[in-house]
Design a protein around this ligand. Structure first.
Ligand code: KIV
Ligand code: ZN
Length: 521
């Protein structure tokens, strides 16, 4: 029988630390979709952003706070009153809210980054944790670079943070330097040495620079941590954060060795993983644990034979337990609007009439071109329709001449702010010609950083899903496009990225992040 003390709180930071991965920035609508999916997944805490970092972050935290049903919504703040005040404002509409404030405690960070003495850091954390408690009873304090901090000083800071009102104490392995045995011992020591440690929940926040983030998080849990901070697909800065799906499935599958439980509905893992991957453009490597395309594939004859006799021979968890189902043939060109609407509902989409009509039109076009239409096709098509709802630049048509006898030419038609525009451009290959034609119709100086194509389903008539990443003046955006024609999908993806860039240009320049720590790790 499980006891309350076995329960591990899942703190998801995909929208905050995950979004700090270069190129992973998301717009408001995308963040709202991910937050909704995270709630369905059953995460306990959603770290929705860093409100003082930008107007966009503030708006996202506020809107997620407004819409959340069960999850605790958390906003990050440096240990400074202005940050905390801003986080509190953004979180105000939340039913359950948490302020997460952090300050570095390692000598290296205090000396070179903060230029603060130990005493100053200690005083500052007491002041800011006390201040944060004015806005909520749920305050988390993080000792940034905790795993490389002097143990005596760290214990002193933890004790004072709890005394000042912190209810969760997070000890991050900010630079992914720890090894499991050492990190486990660190949690054990702190909990034993800090006299009031029983008044707070201890939390692990591990980065993956040595590929040890999940192992370190589990070691922390085995030594008393009852919260883990993690991201979907392990998204995050540098090598990323601990992957939520790996921690959760390790605890579930090896409950015999690690008798702890989470509130995650594991059958939602695959859809959330796909959503995060599609929105950020970060493709999941095929051999990635739990959510990689090959995670449940058995290629060798011996394995296949064993599987047929008894799946447990080579399968330690079922694909169904993480929400992986065989592609189902859903509909064909004779399917009607009613059946299409029902399918959308089954796939979790609640769309307005206009969006349903647009998606249905595209579904009919697709069914004309493609023999079998699968759930994945519908998801790609609807996602593609939804992300375009408010676009200033709209794709209309594309005709490309390509092949070995050049020149490759693209004849493109776009609608820009309501006006139809058309151009023909040559290029070094059909993709180059297509992108050049977009540039001629909508002049811009953005650089193409990433161009990626993947197939939505199997077969030569599969839809291509294209991700394009553009960079302009330090801002990066990802665009997605799907179509049975790879070049049309490419044009749609580029136009989608361009629209996001136009929105970014219009938004206020972010509030400068000076002093304390410029960014969070
Ligand atoms: O890695 C880190 O130290 C962080 C803190 C802000 C918790 O992300
Ligand atoms: Zn971090």
């Amino acid at each position: 029988m499980s006891r309350e003390s076995d329960r591990v709180v899942i703190f998801d930071t995909t929208l905050r630390d995950g979004e700090q991965a270069p190129g992973a920035s998301m717009n408001l609508e995308e963040k709202l979709r991910i937050a909704e999916a995270l709630e369905e997944l059953g995460v306990d805490v959603i770290e929705a952003g860093f409100p003082i970092a930008s107007g966009g972050d503030f708006e996202a935290v506020q809107e997620i706070a407004r819409r959340a049903k069960e999850a605790i919504i958390c906003g990050l703040a440096r240990c400074g009153r202005a940050d905390i005040q801003r986080a509190a404002e953004a979180l105000a509409p939340a039913r359950r809210k948490r302020i997460h404030t952090f300050l570095a405690t390692s000598d290296l960070h205090m000396k070179y980054k903060l230029q603060m003495s130990r005493e100053e850091v200690h005083d500052r954390l007491i002041d800011t944790v006390t201040f944060a408690r004015q806005f909520t009873d749920d305050v988390e304090w993080s000792s940034e670079d905790g795993s490389r901090s002097d143990i005596d000083f760290l214990c002193r800071c933890v004790e004072s943070a709890i005394k000042a009102g912190a209810t969760t104490i997070n000890i991050p392995d900010t630079v992914g330097y720890a090894v499991p045995e050492q990190l486990g011992a660190l949690f054990k020591t702190i909990r034993e040495r800090v006299p009031n440690s029983d008044r707070a929940v201890f939390s692990a926040h591990c980065h993956n620079d040595l590929g040890l983030a999940v192992a370190n998080s589990l070691a922390a849990v085995q030594n008393g941590a009852r919260q883990v901070e993690c991201t979907i697909n392990g998204l995050g800065e540098r090598a990323g954060n601990a992957a939520l799906e790996e921690i959760v499935m390790a605890l579930r599958t090896r409950h015999d060795a690690m008798p702890y439980r989470t509130g995650i509905k594991t059958e939602h893992i695959t859809p959330v993983s796909k959503l995060v991957s599609a929105i950020t453009g970060f493709v999941v490597q095929p051999n990635k644990a739990i959510v990689g395309a090959n995670a449940f594939a058995h290629e060798s004859g011996i394995h296949q034979d064993g599987m047929l006799k008894n799946a447990q021979t080579y399968e330690i968890m079922t694909p169904e337990s993480v929400g992986l189902h065989k592609s189902t043939l859903v509909m064909g060109k004779h399917s009607g609007r009613h059946a299409f609407r029902a399918k959308l509902k089954e796939l979790g989409y609640e769309l307005g009439d206009n969006a349903v009509n647009d998606a249905f039109r595209r579904f009919k076009d697709l069914a004309d071109k493609k023999k079998d239409v699968y759930d994945e096709d519908i998801v790609a098509l609807v996602d593609d329709t939804v992300v375009r709802a408010n676009d200033r630049v709209k794709f209309i048509s594309l005709q490309v001449v390509c092949g070995s006898r050049g020149p490759q030419t693209a004849d493109l038609e776009l609608e820009v702010d309501g006006a139809l525009k058309r151009v023909t451009a040559n290029g070094d290959g059909p993709v180059d010609a297509t992108f050049r034609s977009i540039k001629e119709l909508v002049p811009h100086s953005a650089r193409l950083q990433l161009y990626q194509v993947s197939a939505v389903t199997e077969g030569t008539d599969a839809q291509a899903e294209v991700t394009v990443r553009l960079e302009e003046s330090g801002k990066t955006v990802n665009g997605q496009g799907a179509d049975t024609d790879t070049l049309v999908a490419s044009a749609r993806a580029y136009v989608n990225a361009l629209n996001k860039l136009l929105v970014k240009r219009e938004k206020n320049v972010p509030a400068a992040l000076k002093g304390l720590s410029a960014t969070a790790g």
